[in-house]
Design a protein around this ligand. Structure first.
Ligand code: SF4
Ligand code: SF4
Ligand code: SF4
Length: 235
């Protein structure tokens, strides 16, 4: 009887390990199929909201290597890194991306580059990381205080961490509704200098959404994902 039970257990173990093997093989094959058919993973299209941590590989390589362990999410000091739902397509579910309504990429930090166990995020020095563009900021002139409410504000420029500020001001003289002249500084983003860190988004006094925002356009890891069309004055 005991012998019969032992054989029964061994049989069900074998069936289970065969099932696990088939499930794992099936999941792997499904992931490969998803990677092969996903236009985002293939670099044929780009999601402006998909801002990957600095040092991330090109999308297909990133998704192949990232094991969704969440180490980068745990270690980010500003809590900027969160798991995707469908921002990276089905192939990218639960992979890390930056949500700049929550946090930003700290200029002197390289923690996610250091902890990633698979190399999906490359290990970079602080100096190397500071050269990486994870996206590009743009001003929403329909929300920015000096543009829309004739109210002085220089918060984004004050926080911009690049040595030569990516945000610069144009001095303009406007007339208020009573006809009085007023001098204002209106901000502009230099896309060549902006690294897309997002601190300007977090610090902007306009909420929901901020008057300055970052998209993935211009990210270093995907040269095809450009902020400008090739006919732009920036080449
Ligand atoms: S490098 Fe930026 S994204 Fe990565 S952990 Fe540091 S602050 Fe977060
Ligand atoms: S640490 Fe690396 S492998 Fe882990 S979730 Fe982040 S990117 Fe993926
Ligand atoms: S995202 Fe904003 S703060 Fe960061 S470099 Fe660009 S303009 Fe400066």
């Amino acid at each position: 009887m005991a012998e019969k039970r032992r054989k029964g257990r061994e049989k069900s173990k074998t069936a289970l390990s065969r099932r696990s093997f088939l499930t794992a093989a099936g999941s792997g094959a499904a992931a490969t199929v998803l990677l092969n058919v996903s236009p985002i993973a293939q670099g044929k299209t780009f999601n402006p909201d998909l801002i990957r941590p600095p040092g991330s590989l090109t999308e297909n390589d990133f998704l192949t290597k990232c094991v969704r362990c969440g180490q980068c999410m745990k270690v980010c000091p500003t809590n900027a890194i969160h798991p995707t739902t469908l921002e990276a397509g089905l192939a990218g579910i639960w992979s890390p991306f930056l949500v700049m309504e929550v946090g930003y990429c700290e200029y002197n930090c390289t923690l996610c580059c250091q902890v990633c166990p698979t190399g999906a995020i490359e290990e970079l020095t602080v100096e190397e990381k500071q050269q990486v563009h994870i996206g590009t900021a743009y001003i929403d002139r329909s929300r920015c205080l000096p543009f829309v409410f004739d109210t002085p504000c220089i918060v984004c420029e004050e926080h911009c961490p690049t040595p030569k500020k990516a945000i610069w001001f144009e001095d303009v003289t406007i007339r208020d509704r009573d006809g009085n002249e007023k001098l204002l500084k209106q901000p502009h983003v230099d896309p060549e200098l902006c690294i897309g860190c997002g601190i300007c988004v977090v610090k902007c006094p306009i909420n929901d959404p901020a008057a300055i925002r970052v998209t993935s356009g211009g990210e270093t890891r995907n040269p095809a994902n450009q902020f400008f069309l090739s006919t732009s004055p920036y080449g």
